[in-house]
Design a binder for this molecule. Structure first.
Ligand code: ATP
Ligand code: MG
Length: 350
């Protein structure tokens, strides 16, 4: 898939931007704080309707403005064209609207139109941070390519809220224990779809070893009737479902080492990049076409052999990369890419 055109209005530090892309990869070159990461974030937002770095989406709206728009023209190999638009409004409360080929859609249905994989240095938190971050990366990777997974996840989250509500009512003496039966059954059913997809995904990442022998080991929080029985007293006491995919995790390992605790900064960063590049291969295989790859400052801490491995992958699909200098970028990639210079929210050198 190719991003042909991107238009931004009031997105981060961009007032108005209209930018054409072509088949080639693009290097976004510029000093610190000119808006390179913001541009990558805008493309990721167009792809997922989610920010790659903040949970507070209203921060995406340019300071002092009350709305922002991100628009894109996507083309498939068969020249099938897709027009995507996301509008954000801040009129008292924050609101988001999405449209596909100029028709409004529900935000929950939006994901999957324009698959993308993004790597940025802050993603290292995936290795060292909380389990919820790792689940976020799992879910966004899988939900972009697997509609069945996306649906199971949405249902699971709804059923979880309902089951917890019943647990609370039981604790307060307002409901009977058998009122859990329905929600428990549904949670187990959707939970199985989620865990088997997560297990298969992580297994597939492990078979892809372009950057070293990293292992992503699934730590499943298995949810079954038997296990739930063991937890039932505690669940009622805390009014919360204590096991299931919402408690899943995975560890990032190299040899016998868990890299969250025993990894060097470079290893953690490399493992994150390996996860992203393997995700790209998984998504490509599942979809039968290659997602766009967004790389923020990827070459700066890589040694020459790892750089060569990255260059090889980068040339397989449209890649958009941000950098402060060209020195670290292998010549082979420089020769094949288009370089755009950014100065303070304005693109020069087109
Ligand atoms: P670096 O090389 O340091 O990574 P960058 O080019 O990637 O820099 P960005 O992260 O894209 O820089 O940020 C560019 C500028 O955008 C920052 O100075 C930031 O303050 C500004 N900015 C972020 N959000 C908003 C917003 N909502 N409104 C206006 N400006 C914003
Ligand atoms: Mg940046």
């Amino acid at each position: 898939m190719i991003l042909k055109q991107l238009k931004l209005t009031n997105f981060r530090n961009y007032s108005n931007l209209s930018l054409d892309f072509d088949q080639r990869s693009t290097i976004l070159l510029g000093n610190n704080a000119v808006g390179k990461s913001n541009l990558l974030e805008a493309i990721y937002f167009l792809s997922t309707s989610k920010s790659s770095r903040t949970a507070l989406e209203l921060e995406l709206i340019k300071k002092g403005e009350t709305f922002a728009t991100v628009e894109g023209q996507i083309e498939d190999d068969s020249h099938f064209s897709l027009q995507l638009q996301i509008n954000m409004q801040l009129l008292g409360e924050y609101r988001k609207k999405v449209s596909v080929n100029r028709l409004s859609r529900r935000v929950v249905d939006y994901l999957g139109n324009f698959p993308a994989v993004m790597f940025s240095p802050v993603d290292i938190n995936m290795v060292i941070g909380a389990p919820s971050l790792r689940r976020w990366h799992l879910d966004l990777s899988l939900a972009q390519v697997d509609a069945h997974y996306k649906k199971a996840l949405t249902l699971y989250e709804q059923y979880l809220v309902n089951r917890n509500r019943v647990l609370k009512r039981i604790r307060e003496g307002l409901s009977r224990a058998d009122e859990l039966t329905f929600w428990t059954g549904e949670l187990i059913k959707q939970g199985e779809i989620i865990s088997s997809a997560r297990a298969a995904f992580l297994e597939s990442l492990n078979s892809f070893q372009a950057l070293g022998n990293f292992r992503f080991a699934y730590q499943q929080s298995l949810i079954t009737q038997e296990r739930l029985r063991e937890y039932s007293t505690r669940e009622i006491a805390v009014a919360s479902t204590l096991i299931g995919p919402h408690r899943d995790d995975f560890t990032v390992e190299m040899g016998e080492r868990n890299l969250a605790h025993f990894g060097s900064r470079g290893e953690q960063r490399m493992a994150t990049l390996a996860f992203k590049l393997a995700t790209l291969e998984y998504m490509s295989l599942t979809l039968g076409k290659r997602p766009i790859l967004l790389l923020d400052d990827v070459f700066s801490e890589l040694d020459a052999s790892h750089r060569a491995a990255v260059v090889e992958i980068v040339s397989r699909q449209q890649t958009i990369m941000a950098t402060v200098e060209l020195e670290n970028i292998p010549q082979e990639f420089l020769d094949s890419a288009r370089i755009l210079k950014i100065e303070d929210g304005v693109i020069k050198g087109l």
